[in-house]
Design a protein around this ligand. Structure first.
Ligand code: HEM
Length: 462
C-alpha cells in the first residue's frame, strides 16, 4: 500500500522512481536501519538493498519519517553535494531540532554564507591553525600522562572525548570554571545520542532528552557570552569568543548574542565528537595491525631526530612531514565513516540516471557505502594506509563532505588527531581489554565497551 501510494503520486512523471522499497507506512525501513546499525553491521543494510535491486547506485527507501533516495555512487554523490540549487540541506527532524543551530542548518544562502565566513575565520588558514598548536599539544601531553598514571583500564573513547572537548573549549573560551565546563560536556553527550532518534517528544525517549540537553546548553552558554561582553567593554580581550563578539562583516552585519551562542554550540558539537572518535579508531586500527603501528612509530621517531633542540613544540612544518600518519588518518576515516551519510533534500523534481527524485524527497549521499566499495578500494575491510600512496580521491572520498558545506574544521580535526598520535606513538602503548568487542554504529561507530583499555607508558613496559 505504501509503495502503491507513492507510485500513484508519480504516475505522470517521465521517469520512474529508483528501484528499492518503501517499507511500512510511517516507519518505512527505519527499524531495519536501526537493527543493522546498532548491531554493528552497518554495511549489510546497503548490501541487502544492492543484492535485491542490483548495482544501480541509487535506490528509493523510507527513513526517519521521510520518503528518501539513497545514493551510493561517487560521481552522483559529488554532483548532489555540489549542486546547492537542486539539493538543499535535508537532515532528519530529530537531528535538526536537537542541534537547533542556525550556523549549521541555515537554509538561506545569505545566512549560510555569513555564518560560514565567520566560522572559517576561526578554524581555517595556516596562521590561525598555527596559533592553536601549543594548546592542543599541552592538552594532549597532560591527558596522556594522566591516563598512563592510572593503573586500571579506562574507557578510552570517553578519555579521547575529554581531550578533544577540552581542546575546543580551550581554543574558544580559554580556561573557564571547570564545573560549568563539565556540565556543558554532559549536555553535549546527551544531545549527540539523540541525533538520529525517533522524533517522539515524550518522557523517557532519547529525542526528549536531546531537546532538554539543547535547552540546558543554551542556558549554560548564555552567561558566559554575557560575561565576556562585559569584559570587552572594560577593555579585556582574551580568546576566540572575544573575536566572535567583536566580529563585523563587510556588509556591517554583527552577530547577536543568540547567534554567538549558536556558533559556540555548533562548533563544539561538530568539532569534538568526531575528532575524539578519530583519535580512538586510529589507535585501535594501529594496535590491531602491528606492522602499521611500527611504520607509523618509526616515522615519528625520524621526525623527532630532525627537530632542532631549541624547537620545543610541534609546528605545522613538522606535521606536514608526517606523510604516513596522514595516510593512517585517511584510512581510519574511510573505514570508520563517522558520518554514514550526508543528508540533502530535492528542491525540484530531478531526473538522474533515468530515474526521478521527486521534489521534497530526502537524498542520502551514503558516503559509507562509497568508502567500502571494492571498485574504489580493493579489500575494503582491510586497514591498509599504504593504499593512499597512489589512490585518486576524486569522487570516492567524502569524510568531510563536499561543495559549499565542506567541513570548515577538517584541517583542525586532522591536526588534533596527528598531534595526539604523534605523542601516543612515541611514548605509549594501548592494551585493549576486549580486542574483539562488538561494535555499534549509531550515531557513529564505536566499540560497545567504549574501548576499554590501558594506556601504558613505554618506560613502564616490562
Ligand atoms: C574528524 C572530524 C570531523 C568530521 C568527520 C567532520 C565531518 C563533517 C561533514 C561530513 C560535514 C558536512 C555536512 C554536510 O554537508 O551536510 C561537516 C560540516 C561541518 N563541520 Fe565538520 N567534521 C569534523 C570536525 C570538525 C571540526 C573540528 C569542526 C570545528 C571546529 C567542524 C565544524 C563543522 C561545521 C561548522 C560544519 C557545517 C559547515 C556548513 O554547513 O557550511 N567539524 N563536518
Amino acid at each position: 500500500m505504501h509503495e502503491f501510494y507513492y507510485n500513484l503520486k508519480q504516475r505522470n512523471k517521465e521517469f520512474p522512481l529508483p528501484p528499492g522499497d518503501l517499507g511500512w507506512p510511517f516507519i518505512g525501513n527505519t527499524l531495519a536501519f536501526l537493527k543493522h546499525f546498532s548491531s554493528g553491521h552497518p554495511d549489510s543494510f546497503i548490501s541487502n538493498i544492492v543484492s535485491k535491486y542490483g548495482r544501480n547506485g541509487i535506490y528509493k527507501t523510507h527513513l526517519f519519517g521521510n520518503p528518501s533516495v539513497i545514493v551510493c555512487e561517487g560521481e552522483m554523490c559529488k554532483r548532489m553535494l555540489t549542486d546547492d540549487e537542486t539539493f538543499k540541506i535535508g537532515y532528519p527532524k530529530s537531528t535538526i531540532e536537537v542541534v537547533r543551530c542556525k550556523c549549521i542548518w541555515s537554509f538561506s544562502k545569505e545566512e549560510h554564507r555569513r555564518f560560514r565566513r565567520l566560522i572559517s575565520s576561526l578554524t581555517m588558514g595556516h596562521n590561525t591553525l598555527e596559533t592553536y598548536l601549543t594548546r592542543i599539544e599541552d592538552n594532549v601531553i597532560n591527558s596522556l600522562e594522566e591516563l598512563s598514571s592510572m593503573n586500571h583500564p579506562v574507557e578510552f573513547l570517553k578519555e579521547t572525548k575529554n581531550i578533544s572537548f577540552n581542546i575546543i573549549i580551550d581554543i574558544l573560551l580559554g580556561s573557564y570554571n571547570q564545573h560549568i565546563i563539565n556540565k556543558i560536556g554532559n549536555s553535549f553527550t546527551e544531545m549527540y545520542s539523540a541525533l538520529f532518534s525517533m522524533p517522539i517528544n515524550l518522557p523517557g525517549f532519547a529525542f526528549r532528552k536531546g531537546l532538554m540537553a539543547r535547552e540546558k546548553l543554551g542556558k549554560l552558554v548564555k552567561p558566559i557570552v554575557e560575561e565576556r561582553r562585559l569584559m570587552i567593554k572594560n577593555g579585556e580581550r582574551k580568546d576566540l569568543l572575544d573575536v566572535l563578539l567583536q566580529a563585523k562583516d563587510e556588509d556591517g552585519w554583527k552577530p547577536e548574542d543568540e547567534d554567538i551562542i549558536d556558533i559556540l554550540i555548533g562548533i563544539v558539537l561538530a568539532g569534538h565528537e568526531a575528532t575524539a572518535s578519530g583519535m580512538m579508531w586510529s589507535m585501535i586500527y594501529l594496535t590491531q595491525n602491528p606492522h602499521t603501528l611500527e611504520k607509523a612509530k618509526k616515522e615519528q621517531e625520524e621526525i623527532m631526530k630532525t627537530r632542532l633542540p631549541t624547537q620545543k613544540h610541534l609546528s605545522l612544518k613538522y606535521i606536514k612531514k608526517m606523510n604516513y600518519l596522514s595516510q593512517v588518518i585517511n584510512e581510519m576515516m574511510r573505514l570508520t565513516s563517522m558520518n554514514f551519510a550526508i543528508f540533502r533534500e530535492a528542491t525540484i523534481d530531478v531526473n538522474i540516471n533515468g530515474y526521478t527524485i521527486p521534489k521534497g524527497w530526502k537524498v542520502l549521499t551514503w558516503i559509507r557505502a562509497i568508502h567500502m566499495d571494492p571498485t574504489y578500494y580493493p579489500n575494503p575491510n582491510e586497514f591498509n594506509p599504504s593504499r593512499w600512496d597512489d589512490h585518486n580521491k576524486v569522487g570516492s572520498f567524502f569524510p568531510f563532505g563536499a561543495g559549499s558545506r565542506y567541513c570548515p574544521g577538517s584541517d583542525l580535526a586532522k591536526i588534533e588527531i596527528s598531534i595526539f598520535l604523534h605523542y601516543f606513538l612515541l611514548n605509549y602503548k594501548l592494551e585493549l581489554v576486549n580486542p574483539k568487542c562488538p561494535i555499534t554504529s549509531l550515531p557513529s561507530p564505536k566499540p560497545t565497551d567504549n574501548c576499554l583499555a590501558k594506556v601504558i607508558k613505554n618506560s613502564n613496559i616490562a
